[in-house]
Design a protein. Structure first.
Length: 133
């Protein structure tokens, strides 16, 4: 009888263990679905946040590109203006003014007149020396 009771108790324990294992399998299957759904939801949230961050970064980079283009344009205009101003400044500084040009023309005309008088004087001197000899 003890053996029968022992066998009955073992079978009862075995049935309880089998029921507990079956219940754990069902619970594990439910947990698997819940965990997968949580992972899926978290992944979707994170990817959405990453997409938003990427769009903001792209917009910021476009703004920086626009600012950089304006800065390059300003530098180009500045360098071009400076490159044009340097020759004009040098020309203004080195070339004579209108008053100086007028003074130089007057001096040239005086020198030309003086040279012509001297050539004329030398010609007359040569002619008179030729007549007297």
């Amino acid at each position: 009888m003890k053996l029968g009771l022992l066998m009955e108790a073992a079978q009862s324990q075995q049935a309880l263990a089998a029921a507990a294992v079956q219940q754990l399998r069902e619970h594990t299957g439910g947990l698997d679905a819940i965990v997968r759904e949580e992972i899926r939801g978290t992944l979707i949230e994170e990817l959405t946040a990453l997409g938003d961050d990427s769009r903001r970064a792209a917009q910021t980079l476009r703004g920086l590109s626009h600012v950089a283009s304006l800065r390059v344009a300003a530098w180009s205009v500045g360098v071009t203006a400076l490159s044009a101003a340097i020759p004009f400044g040098l020309a203004w500084w080195m070339l004579p003014s209108r008053a100086e040009v007028a003074a130089l023309r007057t001096a040239r005309d005086e020198l030309a007149a003086h040279g012509a008088r001297r050539v004329d004087h030398q010609y007359r001197a040569a002619q008179s020396a030729g007549r007297t000899s």
